[in-house]
Design a protein around this ligand. Structure first.
Ligand SMILES: Cc1cc2nc3c(=O)[nH]c(=O)nc-3n(C[C@H](O)[C@H](O)[C@H](O)COP(=O)(O)O)c2cc1C
Length: 214
C-alpha cells in the first residue's frame, strides 16, 4: 500500500476507477473510509445515514444483475450522447468501455459500500434534492479517502432504476432507502489527472451569465 496522499492531490487525481482487482481490501481500511465519510455534514446534523459493507458473493451477484439490467436501459442513450464537455469522442469511447467493464464485473469488487438514509425527513416533505444533500457529501468523502489510501472507486447510482430489488437483497426496512453504491478495490489502472472545463466556463459573477473577473 502506498503512503497516503494530500487532499488536493487526491481531488485532482481521483478519476472514476472502474477496473478493480478482486484482491481483498483490509477491513481496517474500509472502516477508515467510512469513518472519513462520517466527517461529512447532514442536514440538521441528524446523521441518519447508514452504510452497508457488502462482501457476500451471493448478495453482490444479485446487485450486479440489477446493475447490468439497468445498463441495458441506459446504454443506448449513453452511446448516442455527445462526448462530455471538454472530452473527445475517443475519450468518450474509452469511458464507455470502462463503464461496460464495471457493469460486467460489479460483483467482483471485493467490497461494495451501499450509502443509505433512514427516516429521511426531507423525503417526507417531497424535497428529494435535500435528501441527496445529506448523503452524497459522505460518499465524496469516502471516495477521496479511498483515493488517499490508494484504493479505487466510483460513485454509482444506476441501481436506482430497480432500487426495490436491491433493497430486498440487502434487507432494508421500509423507512430506509439507498442513494449510491461505491465499489471499492485496488485499481487495475493508474490514478490520473481528472480533466474538467475551466472555472471561468462554468462560473458566473453576481448574476447568471456575468463572467467572473479575471
Ligand atoms: C450522480 C452520479 C451518478 C453516477 N453513476 C454512475 C454509475 O452508475 N456508474 C458509473 O460507472 N459511473 C457513475 N458515475 C460516475 C461518473 O460517470 C464519473 O464521475 C464521470 O464519468 C467523470 O469521470 P472522471 O471523474 O473519471 O472524470 C456517477 C457520477 C455521479 C456524480
Amino acid at each position: 500500500m502506498q503512503d497516503e496522499v494530500g487532499l488536493f492531490e487526491a481531488i485532482y487525481s481521483m478519476r472514476a476507477m472502474r477496473r478493480l482487482k478482486p484482491d481483498p481490501v483490509p477491513d481496517d481500511l474500509i472502516r477508515k473510509i467510512i469513518d472519513a465519510g462520517l466527517r461529512a455534514p447532514t442536514g440538521g446534523d441528524v446523521q441518519n445515514w447508514r452504510f452497508i459493507v457488502v462482501k457476500d458473493p451471493a448478495i453482490k451477484q444479485k446487485i450486479q444483475a440489477v446493475y447490468k439490467r439497468a445498463f441495458d436501459v441506459v446504454i443506448t442513450r449513453y452511446r448516442s450522447n455527445p462526448p462530455p464537455p471538454g472530452k473527445t469522442e475517443a475519450q468518450k469511447q474509452r469511458m464507455l468501455k470502462a463503464v461496460e467493464y464495471l457493469t460486467d464485473h460489479f460483483h467482483e469488487a471485493p467490497v461494495l459500500i451501499v450509502c443509505c438514509l433512514v427516516n429521511d425527513a426531507a423525503r417526507s416533505m417531497g424535497l428529494a434534492k435535500m435528501s441527496g444533500a445529506s448523503i452524497y457529501p459522505s460518499a465524496q468523502n469516502m471516495l477521496l479517502a479511498a483515493r488517499a489510501l490508494g484504493l479505487g472507486s466510483v460513485l454509482t447510482t444506476r441501481h436506482l432504476l430497480y432500487e426495490q430489488e436491491v433493497k430486498e437483497a440487502l434487507g432494508l426496512p421500509e423507512n430506509a432507502e439507498t442513494f449510491a453504491i461505491l465499489p471499492i478495490g485496488w485499481p487495475i489502472g493508474k490514478f490520473g489527472a481528472v480533466s474538467r472545463e475551466p472555472v471561468e466556463k462554468v462560473t458566473f459573477f453576481n448574476k447568471w451569465g456575468q463572467p467572473l473577473p479575471s
